[in-house]
Design a binder for this molecule. Structure first.
Ligand SMILES: Nc1ncnc2c1ncn2[C@@H]1O[C@H](COP(=O)(O)OP(=O)(O)OP(=O)(O)O)[C@@H](O)[C@H]1O
Ligand SMILES: [Mg+2]
Length: 454
């Protein structure tokens, strides 16, 4: 299987590749030797890799694309066929995959949040354009393309790879051992001799520790796309100014984060426009629209796999029998035209806007219709209240495992993209004494910290 993916991934999609020469030159100057260690934060939404830079400061590998600031590379994959070589399946990743998708739309399969499959025993494989992909095949294809785009900065993989992993993987019946096995299978063909796994919040704690000037007990909360993870670490300064010692006192995690928040927006605001809650007539009786279409709609990792001919046929029959066919037809148009990524982007933008403002408008195309939905932070916070409760329970569990009361924690460091959500920050401001909560380096702290741990 690996060999097949290797051949799939080999051909660069050159017309989608942009490489400003200045980026390469700047980096060629900093990197004369191969890095001894690479920290890899393979995230649900974003992937970042870092190496020790000049002076030992970790540096995120740059990606020569305008939509990859600071080396933050979207964890997405696109698969498609070129007309000239119809038998060959092409694959692209990150912002380059977004370009392919926006160019080709229906002719392309676009996958997001693949990490959410990592620990799922239910996810064996998926069919894409007539081929079978296991999780490890998807991750492998993604990392191959990622390394390709890092170009001269990572001509080969280094001797040691320090890979982040959540404390608890996302997904129903998540099996952490299975996820690690799959990660190893995805990485194995690269031939890296030394692969280590480190909890993502531990890596963030190492990154944060550079701000410390004395001994401190630090709680880190890392809020990503798929998981919210917590670690409590006791740092003691190193003798004679050397490396500080770190003692992990407790960890906890929950598979609830940014994707779950998106899901609430989709369920509450979007799904009713696509027929959720409507009725259809079957054998003389009125029945509720089947819920499974709407459940998958809000799971970014499932959405792209939903557009099968069978699903479209079933929905067509439901539309004919529906009390109000227009929303069901809109759902068919939405799926048939692969508008899932556009919905994802609109929801993520609206959510981000609500981190700064009380109100926003979610603008999106669904089928043939341009929708403009007003959203308020108040509604959003009410929708995500059950998620915030599960996150708060994980924080309390982490403190209990560490055997500490909140007052015994000296510093609290919140990182990850979802730590921008004001209601998430409030959970900590309410729990800890004033002035102890800090944030920063939301999208790169894990990768930079992994280099320090390794
Ligand atoms: N300003 C913002 N307000 C609210 N959410 C945001 C903001 N910026 C980013 N996000 C959300 O943060 C999430 C991505 O964060 P991050 O890159 O830390 O996740 P990840 O590392 O890929 O995921 P994980 O660690 O769970 O595997 C997304 O859900 C994104 O929508
Ligand atoms: Mg993360």
């Amino acid at each position: 299987m690996a060999a097949r993916i290797a051949s799939l991934a080999r051909r660069p999609a050159s017309r989608y590749t942009r490489r400003p020469a200045s980026v390469w030159r700047e980096w060629a100057m900093t990197l004369n030797n191969l890095p001894p260690v690479l920290g890899l934060d393979f995230g649900t939404t974003n992937t970042v890799a870092a190496i020790p830079g000049p002076g030992g400061q970790p540096l995120a590998l740059p990606i020569p694309h305008g939509e990859a600031p600071d080396g933050v590379f979207r964890t997405v994959l696109a698969f498609w066929h070129e007309e000239a070589t119809p038998r060959q399946l092409e694959v692209e990743a990150g912002p380059f995959a977004v370009d392919v998708f926006l160019d080709r739309r229906e002719e392309c399969r676009f996958l997001q949040s693949i990490k959410t499959f990592a620990a799922s025993p239910l996810f064996q494989d998926t069919r894409i354009e007539g081929r079978t992909f296991r999780f490890e095949d998807l991750m492998h294809a993604f990392l191959r393309r990622y390394r390709h785009h890092t170009g001269d900065h990572l001509p080969v993989w280094p001797e040691r790879l320090v890979v982040g992993r959540p404390v608890a993987f996302a997904g129903i019946d998540a099996d952490d051992t299975l996820a690690e096995t799959r990660y190893r299978a995805a990485l194995e063909p690269f031939g890296i001799p030394d692969i280590r796994f480190v909890y993502e919040p531990v890596a963030a704690a190492y990154h944060f520790a550079r701000r410390l000037t004395g001994p401190a007990t630090v709680l880190v909360g890392d809020f990503g796309g798929g998981t919210s993870d917590f670690s409590v670490i006791r740092f003691e300064p190193g003798a004679g100014g050397g490396q500080p010692s770190a003692d992990a006192l407790g960890h906890a995690g929950v598979g609830v984060a940014g994707d779950a928040f998106d899901q609430r927006i989709v369920q509450e605001a979007i799904a009713p426009l696509l027929g959720k809650g409507g009725r259809y007539r079957s054998f003389g009786k009125w029945l509720d629209m089947p819920v499974q279409y709407y459940a998958d709609l809000a799971r970014w990792n499932h959405l792209a796999l939903m557009r099968s001919q069978r699903t479209l046929r079933e929905l067509d029959e439901l539309a004919r029998a529906s009390e109000d066919p227009a929303p069901v037809r809109r759902l068919i148009g939405f799926l048939a035209r692969e508008q899932g990524y556009l919905l994802y982007r609109a929801v993520a933008n609206a959510k981000r806007a609500l981190s700064d403002a009380q109100d926003t408008v979610l603008a999106v195309r669904l089928g043939d219709d341009e929708i403009a939905l007003p959203l308020s932070r108040r509604d959003f916070e009410a929708w995500i209240a059950p998620d915030l409760q599960r996150i708060a329970d994980a924080v309390d569990l982490c403190l209990a495992r560490a055997g500490l009361a909140p007052e015994q924690v000296d510093r609290v460091f919140l990182t990850g993209g979802s730590s921008y959500v004001p209601a998430v920050r409030r959970l900590f401001e309410q729990r800890f004494p004033p002035g102890r909560v800090e944030t920063g380096d939301q999208l790169v702290s894990i990768a930079l910290g992994l280099v320090g741990v390794g």
